[in-house]
Design a protein. Structure first.
Length: 89
């Protein structure tokens, strides 16, 4: 995990923290009395984590992804140019 700062430091630098985390996708752990308390992360990073959790909680989707990965590893793929041609893109 990225940077770690105290709640006191976070309060003093709140708006700068918001700006930095929002543009860098580097989360910041905020400690309270020396113990990890919360993590500040960008909206994009948060949405990505939620989406990953949703995908991993769907057994059928995970099974499909694993099957696709096996197909790629075995060379059972279709070149993108051929797919575009077949779809008339």
């Amino acid at each position: 995990m990225g940077k770690s700062i105290s709640a006191t430091q976070a309060r003093k630098q709140f708006f700068k923290l918001l700006e930095n985390v929002g543009t860098s996708d580097s989360p910041v752990r905020i400690t309270l009395e020396g113990h990890p308390s919360v993590v500040l992360l960008s909206e994009e990073e948060y949405e990505s984590l939620i989406e990953t959790l949703e995908i991993l909680s769907d057994p059928e989707l995970v099974k499909s992804i694993e099957e696709g990965m096996r197909d790629v590893k075995a060379g059972r793929t279709i070149p993108w140019e051929k797919v575009k041609k077949e779809l008339h893109l």
